[in-house]
Write a protein of this length. Structure first.
Length: 171
């Protein structure tokens, strides 16, 4: 089984194969790398499968936009995503005190993941204006991304949620 860093030379893309289903995939032209699904129709909880593991994302409170991440078979979360004020990004709090920063700049339409040393690890670029697909670029090989590949899907989850709130406010 390949690891995420072994896909770094490939063209990675986040897509929704069908607009009728809440299923999202990180894929190369040849393979599906990870899949994110929403098991219940109105639920904000998501399940991500990939690299032989399954993770769940859930909001601990309706009033907060923070996320808890746990392995499918566990009851307790092992990591958290703490949202910054005004939705400009946030921080992944990982086991052993490790952190990954997510930076979102609305005016530049920029979504990026950084290490604690401010090294850009992953960037997300819109593939087209008409589709919801994103190109994912592994900017720097990192043990953190290797150990926690689900961080990519959390960023996509946040982007989808942001778009849903924006379309709900416009309606």
């Amino acid at each position: 089984m390949k690891t995420l860093l072994q896909y770094s030379g490939d063209k990675l893309q986040l897509v929704q194969p069908s607009i009728w289903k809440r299923v999202y995939q990180l894929r190369t032209p040849d393979a599906i790398v990870m899949t994110m699904t929403y098991p219940k129709f109105f639920s904000s909880n998501a399940v991500v499968e990939g690299f032989g593991e399954t993770w769940e994302f859930q909001k601990p409170s309706f009033w907060k936009s923070d996320l808890e991440i746990k392995k499918k078979e566990n009851q307790l979360p092992f990591a958290k995503f703490i949202t910054e004020k005004w939705g400009r990004g946030g921080t992944f709090e990982l086991p052993s005190g490790e952190r990954i920063e997510y930076i979102f700049k609305i005016w530049k339409s920029m979504n990026e993941l950084y290490s604690q040393q401010k090294i850009k690890l992953i960037s997300f670029q819109r593939a087209s204006w008409w589709k919801t697909s994103l190109n994912v670029v592994v900017e720097h090989d990192s043990e953190l991304i290797e150990k926690y590949p689900w961080t990519i899907m959390v960023v996509y989850y946040i982007m989808l949620e942001r778009r849903q709130h924006a379309s709900g406010a416009a309606a």
